[in-house]
Design a protein around this ligand. Structure first.
Ligand code: HEM
Length: 396
């Protein structure tokens, strides 16, 4: 059996879940038409995500590259940096997005959610995608970076214009790379000038990276702006997708909205079940560093391996009734929505804060939500699409 996860003929609900279920049972490691392999079960995916010496993270397919391009070390995005440096740079991400650094984030996100809902509630209707889910992650990341609100608008624009994966040297763009890099270069130069003038420095992500050292050596400006770009790339679309999925589900399932509104202890299981059932990142990629046999399947050095996170999250050997959306799972966080192993998402706490604030504010402010008659709604999980989620809204 050959499997192409992007072939629309396999799709049910925007994702080929029925085909994936068959693949998990009949041929859990199956060839992909692009020449590599597709991993579909939780067991195989846990192995691939943990064994980074054999299955190395490589973003080339996501960026439309062949994998043979030589990228200077300073311009590698976090996931592509070889160990042990990957682990050291990761510690900087972890400390920037650790719960104690996000103490004020809940308040910022809550305020942002209220600001976005105000005009929609006044009008009695609005688009829960463009008007609510979409601006929250970019505004939050801009705030954590200590940048003005316009930065959030810019991040949102760049996350849709196809330039976010580009780097200096990408064919067809200017030699200094995409506009987001220029923006971060200017922001960093401003911080350096203010530090040199002896001004007090804020505790934000940019200053955190500026003051960081690895083995006594500070990061170069190129390394800092590259990682800032990667934070936007990794954190904006993904969190937007989670928020879209949550808003969409609460809109379409009145009983669920009423239950969660009445019992806020259900917000956390709701967010986790969304990450499992409708994983915002349905698949990621790895490349074999050497020949290896996985469960008897021979894979060769250089071959791509597509890691089906969304499929692992529906694995029938792990979850009862895997296609059902349930808030009573024994261990709601037992899913691969944020990946696993050494590359597990360092932004998970931030994403969870944004998601729970977005749901709580909807529940606090909205008495009733209903679909707009005649409107078509994207299938779930469809968070990577740009489609509107129009809603009729009655304020409490
Ligand atoms: C709902 C929101 C999010 C989801 C579903 C998500 C999902 C993921 C997944 C599945 C991975 C692992 C990819 C792999 O192994 O190839 C990952 C890695 C990563 N995520 Fe997230 N993410 C989210 C939000 C964020 C946020 C808010 C940030 C930061 C601002 C972030 C930054 C990163 C980074 C830097 C990595 C790479 C880590 C490494 O390679 O060591 N993510 N994310």
């Amino acid at each position: 059996m050959e499997f192409d996860a992007r072939d629309p003929s396999h799709e049910v609900d925007g994702v080929p879940f029925h085909t994936l279920s068959r693949i998990r049972t009949e041929q859990p490691i199956c060839p992909s038409p692009k020449g590599g392999w597709y991993l579909s079960t939780r067991r195989h995916i846990d192995t691939a995500l943990k064994e980074v010496e054999t299955f190395v993270a490589d973003l080339a397919p996501m960026a439309g590259l062949s994998g043979t391009e030589v990228v200077p070390a300073e311009e590698l995005f976090l996931s592509e940096i070889p160990e042990p440096r990957h682990g050291r740079i990761r510690r900087l991400y972890n400390s920037n997005f650790a719960p104690h650094r996000l103490r004020n984030t809940e308040e910022f996100v809550t305020r942002t959610c209220h600001r976005l809902l105000d005009p929609m509630l006044d009008a009695g209707e609005g688009d829960l995608h463009a008007g609510y889910a979409m601006p929250i992650p970019s505004a939050t990341l801009a705030d954590l970076m200590g940048l003005p609100p316009e930065a959030g608008e810019k991040f949102m624009g760049w996350s849709f214009d196809g330039t976010l994966m580009q780097r200096p040297g990408t064919p067809g763009i200017k030699p200094t790379g995409p506009a987001i890099l220029d923006y971060f270069r200017d922001a960093l130069a401003g911080r350096r000038a203010s530090a040199a003038a002896g001004e007090e420095q804020p505790h934000d992500v940019i200053v955190g990276l500026m003051n960081a050292e690895i083995d006594g050596v500070p990061l170069s400006d190129t390394e800092i702006v590259t990682q800032l770009q990667f934070m936007v790339m990794a954190g904006v679309h993904t969190t937007r997708a989670l928020l879209v999925h949550l808003a969409h589900r609460l809109l379409r399932d009145r009983e669920l909205f009423e239950r969660v509104s009445a019992d806020r202890d259900l917000v956390s299981p709701l967010v986790e079940e969304s990450l499992r059932h409708d994983a915002p990142v349905q698949a990621t990629t790895r490349r074999c560093t050497h020949d290896v046999a996985l469960d008897g399947v021979e894979m060769h050095a250089g071959e791509w391996v597509e890691v089906g996170i969304g499929s692992a999250n529906r694995d029938e050997t792990v979850y009862d009734d895997p296609d059902a959306f349930r808030l009573d799972r024994d261990d709601p966080r037992d899913h691969l929505g944020f990946g696993g192993g050494p590359h597990i998402c360092p932004g998970a706490t931030l994403a969870r804060i944004e998601a729970s604030c977005a749901v709580n504010v909807l529940c606090d402010r909205v008495a009733e939500m209903s679909v707009v008659a005649g409107a078509t709604y994207p299938p779930l999980p469809g968070g990577m699409s740009h489609l509107p989620i129009p809603a009729k809204l009655t304020a409490k």
